[in-house]
Design a protein around this ligand. Sequence first.
Ligand code: HSE
Length: 432
Amino acid sequence: MENEVRVGLIGLGVIGGQVAKVLQEKAGELSLQAGISIKLHKIKVLTSDLEKPLVKQFPPDLFTTNDEDFFNDESIRIVIELIGGERPAYDYISAALKAGKHVVTANKEVIAKHGLELRSLAHEHGASLYYEASVGGGIPIIAPLEKDLRANYIKSIHAIINGTTNYILTRMSKDGIDFDRALANAKQLGYAEANPKNDIEGIDAAYKIAIMATLAFQTEVRPDGVYHEGISKLDSRDFRYAGELGYEIKLLAIAKQYDNTVEARVHPAFIRRDSVLAGINGVFNAVSIEGDLVGQVVFIGQGAGPLATSSAVISDVLRCSRDYVLGTNTSAIKISTSKTVQPITNVNTRYYMRLSILDSTGVLAAIARVLGAHKISIASVIQKETDTLSQTAEIVIMTHPATGRAIDAAIKELSMLDLVKEINNVIRVEEQ
Ligand code: HSE
């Protein structure tokens, strides 16, 4: 065996640049830990990356813009993919694994959509595939699910796994500002992307919970099977009423395991103010896992950002280097069950509903009749605001558990009543 392991990096964006810096600056101590010299050998970049000031910190011959130059270099034993997005990242990772190279990636989309196939490919070619940075940035969550918690039957995962939306919701809750302003602030601070659709609509969180649920429940949970609902419909009134009722509103990613089925969903949820997740503010992420032996364990930390993410990426590089030294690979797939993902219409939760209604006699009775007809039991009703001029009132209804199907049908029926002026919001309540 050679006395060094050569690393090839794809991508010199915010994360790629930071990883390159750490690999260079900590080369000595990382090599000592790995038991072999870890050498950043080549960085595949876009031509435009070559203009970046960071490039000057490295020898010019480290960079290549040419795919063949990078992929035909047989001396590269570890490939780090940090370009994000499905393609061409998926092709790059596949090509590297087929060539028997170990791969480290932060790519949640590729792992959520193609993780099983890629891990199979890695196994077939004697390579390792690590993706700790794909979920929760610097928070160690993949390795615990793969190893440290394996003795458990994992019952559920509740996670705040998107920093951009958690920042926005924190501002709406604590400062009473509306969604558009909170989003604009998130953009100014560089948290939200120029096009934050994946964050706001819960798609980013759906990728992450699909990855975690697949590992936790050892069954394939595909991202397109994860129900997702975003945060843009939330109003400052919902936060005010949530507070009055003893709740916070968070964008939760939830996965639960039953005998033959699993649940996987992302949506805004009322959670009790005294719960651990309710106290996770700003761009912080948290993942709470319930196992039959360990009980509840909670991982909290920075879910994004170059430094935190580089912590996970570089640690994976160390694991690959150990695998290289020992001639092992750890990408064996252990999908031992085949459970179906329940449609959201089957999921049973409590609900918060905010409605504008005509402020006159018999209205509440009519609403109660519709809910009762769909077997939805009311836990409480509070009349919040009354507008005497338009003779409308705003009411908040908290229900007992009901299925998504029953709620959808009831809402459809309620919206057809003349006395219901508007269904302002319907939000699930999640007891953890
Ligand atoms: N866009 C993600 C977030 C960070 O806001 O949490 C990377 O996963």
